[in-house]
Every structure is written in C-alpha cells, then in structure tokens.
Design a protein around this ligand. Structure first.
Ligand SMILES: [Zn+2]
Ligand SMILES: [Zn+2]
Length: 445
C-alpha cells in the first residue's frame, strides 16, 4: 500500500506544484487520507513569488509585481477559499454523492492505470469547465475575477473566484461513475496546483514542451485582451485539448492583459460580484423572455441578432501601448497596507488551522473580520473618500479582537510592537476621520 505522502519534504512539495508526483506516492484508498495539497503548498507559493520578484528585478530592472494589484490578487485567493471553512469542497461533496449511488464500475484505486486515466479525465473536464466559464455569461460572471488583473505574474494565479466552485463541480460528475473519489480528490488538486507556475512572463519558451503542455507562453495568450487572444487556450495541464477542439492560439503580438473593459478597482467584493449585477441590469433591457435568458446563457459579448458568442469587433482596439491602472498613493500608506495585510494573513492562517476547535459563531465572526479587512485595504488603495471612516471602524474591531486574543502577532517576539501598531492605527484613522468630517462641516457652514 502506498505510504501517505505529506508535503513535508521540499522535493515532494515542489513536484506537487508541477504535477510530478508518482501514482505510487499519491494514490489513496480513502478520501480522508488524501493530503490537503493545495493548503500545504502555501509556503511554496510564497517561495516562488519571492523568487519571481527577485529574478524579475535582475532581468527587467523593475518590480514585476505592483503592491495594489498583487495584494488584491492574493486577497481574491484568500476569499475564494473561505467557503471551505463551512463545508467540504463542492467538487468533492457532489462527486462522492454520485459515486455512492450511481457508479457503474469501480476502477481499482491502487492501479497506476486508474491514476493516469484520472489525470487525463480531470484535465479534459477542466478544459470544458474553463471553456464554458468563458462562453456562458453567468459562469463568466464568476470566472472574470481570474482575468481582472492587468498584470501577469504568480500573484495573478491566486486571483480566484469565490463563486466559480459552486458550478464547476457539475462538469466532473461523469467521472464519478467509475473513478474512486480518493483518486479524483488528488487530481483535482494537482490540476489546480500545476496552473500556478504558468502565470509568469519570465519564462518565454519551453521548446518541445509547448507542443503538449500548457505553458506560461500559452497561458499568457489566455489572459490577453487582444483580439487574437479572446476565447483561446483553455487547457489546464495539457494544451492538446485546445489543439483538438480548435481553440488554440500561439503567442504572437505583445499580449495586453486583463478584461476587455478593465475594472480599475482594488475593492475585493466588487471584483467578485460586479459582473452579476451588470448581467442583471443587461437582462432587464430586453422585454423578450428568451433574450433575457440568453443574456445569462450565451457568451458575455452576445446581443440579440448576434451569434452565440457575440462578436468582438466592437471591442476597444488594443495597440500594445496600454498602461495598466496603477494608483499613485503615498509610501507610508503602502507600508501600512502591507503590514496590515500580513497581520490578516496570520489571522486567516490561524482560522484554517483551528477550524475544527472553533465554534461556528467564532469562525463566522473571524471570516467577517477577514472580509472587512480586505475590503478596507481595497478602499485605501483605491483612495476612496470613505476609506478613513471604514478603516477606523475596522481598527475598532481589530483592537477588540486583539484584546480577546483572536489576533496574533506575526512572531511571538513581535507581540509588543504589534499591540502598539494596532493602537496607533486606530488613533491615526480616528484623527483622519475627524479632520475629514470637520472639513465637510466647515465647507457646509
Ligand atoms: Zn479563463
Ligand atoms: Zn490564469
């Protein structure tokens, strides 16, 4: 029987990121025995992001990551995993249900054949999940989050949708008729992990690997808003599906990243939900019920009288000279946001570590705090007029949490400076809010 592999060794961790685990070390009889590969990969994500930053500076002379954009991407990754505090992953719960009741055959869990077949099956299903996520507006409303950065680096990989997981599991259900849930649970994670490293501009061309595998070069095209990039290169690990089904495009012109209409905001919940609101408003324009429905089911660019996916001729022309939206904000606020982001990252980490011993109410409260913090950081980066008041209120919550030990310093040795920093933050934003309100009153007077 294969030994349970924890990602404790660096070698295993790195290999898991590139889907290079052997069937022998990653086949399990029970779902409960499957390691939380994605959760355990966090240190490797951080390590590779730092490496990309350093190599980027050496290669280009500048930073490949902008603070506002990078933090927003990591925040989206954090938000997307919050539902896991309350339930087992959607993909797995639905899968186990179908397997338990409707399986037709039972492929042996300890066979390398099953492992490789599942590898192919998950990647094939992912291609279709991803293609539908671009071709059906209601699914695009979820998936657009991943495409909302105008940059392309490893942080972009973490910019994930909160809502996509509630629909994508359906596409994998046919596999539950034959593939044991434990093997599926391994591959659904390895498939996701593989897609981390391909989000970089620093790797240009990988020669013959480009024929078969999804690579940074191919996935850059997928993130482009140039006309030749739209609805192309959906593959997860393998690019062969795109070559087979006619959605492959080779990188040619300089890729300009992001949505066709960039959202130009760092507000985390807006990024997650704005497109649902847009679709709802769009559907209300049409009187005819079928047009209303097709607004959600056809492609995001669809309009009555146009083909299913609409046409992209009306898209803003991409010249290659587009400049991403980067707010100019004072250095002291940048330092402030980074420090508070690290603090909330610690709280977030502790929340996942202790979820089994915390009450539902505590988990709910701490989830609310994480969301409030990430929202408030977005308001500060966006430099919204209401940022001062929101951040002051958040600081009140933070001071309370700190007092009742729901919040820990990054390191035990930093307990005193953290306490001082938390209190000073409240004082600072209290004064900011006061002077802002005073200013408004004076103006009104
Ligand atoms: Zn996509
Ligand atoms: Zn991507």
């Amino acid at each position: 029987m294969p030994a349970a592999v924890e990602l404790s060794s660096v070698s295993t961790g790195i290999r898991a990121l590139f889907c290079m685990l052997t069937p022998n070390e990653s086949s399990f009889e029970k779902v409960e025995d499957v390691p939380q590969y994605v959760q355990q990969a966090t240190p490797f994500f951080i390590g590779l992001m730092v490496l990309e930053l350093v190599v980027g500076v050496l290669k280009t002379g500048g930073s490949v990551v902008k603070i506002g954009d990078g933090l927003t991407s990591i925040s989206a990754g954090m938000v997307s995993r919050l539902p896991m505090l309350f339930m087992r992953g959607c993909e797995l719960a639905g899968y186990v249900y179908v397997w338990d009741r409707y399986r037709l055959v039972e492929l042996p869990w300890d066979s390398a054949w099953t492992w490789w077949l599942t590898f192919l099956g998950v990647d094939f299903c992912y291609y279709w999940v991803h293609r539908f996520a671009h071709e059906a507006a209601i699914l695009w409303a979820a998936h657009q989050v991943h495409h909302s950065s105008e940059y392309y680096n490893l942080t972009t990989a973490l910019r994930q949708s909160l809502t996509q997981q509630f629909a994508s599991w359906i596409f994998y259900l046919p596999m539950a008729l034959a593939v044991p849930p434990s093997i599926f649970a391994v591959h659904i994670q390895l498939n996701l992990l593989y897609q981390f490293w391909i989000h970089t501009e620093l790797i240009t061309d990988l020669g013959p690997l480009e024929w078969v595998f999804n690579t940074p070069k191919h996935h850059r095209v997928h993130h482009g808003r140039n006309l030749y990039c739209i609805d192309k290169n959906y593959g997860g690990i393998l690019i062969i599906w795109d070559r087979l089904f006619g959605t492959f495009a080779l990188e040619t012109d300089k890729v300009v990243y992001g949505l066709v209409y960039p959202i130009k905001t760092f507000e985390i919940l807006y990024i997650q939900f704005h497109y649902y609101l847009y679709l709802w408003k769009k559907s209300k324009i049409y009187k005819n019920i079928s047009n209303k429905l097709l607004t959600f089911l056809n492609g995001p660019s669809w309009k009555p009288g146009k083909p299913r996916l609409g046409d992209h001729k009306g898209n803003p022309k991409v010249t290659g000279k587009e400049v991403p939206h980067v707010p100019s904000w004072p250095l002291h606020l940048q330092v402030y946001v980074v420090l508070h982001f690290l603090l909330v990252l610690r709280t977030y980490h502790d929340l996942f570590e202790n979820k089994m011993v915390l009450s539902q109410l505590t988990i709910l409260g701490m989830t609310g705090y994480v969301l409030l913090t990430l929202t408030s950081m977005g308001f500060i980066i966006d430099q919204r007029p209401t940022a001062a008041v929101l951040e002051m209120l958040r600081c009140v919550v933070m001071v309370t949490m700190h007092r009742y030990s729901y919040m820990k310093p990054l390191l035990p040795a930093l307990a005193v400076p953290t306490e001082a920093f938390v209190s000073l933050s409240l004082l600072y934003w209290g004064l900011q809010s006061f002077s802002q309100l005073h200013g408004i009153k004076k103006k009104a007077g």
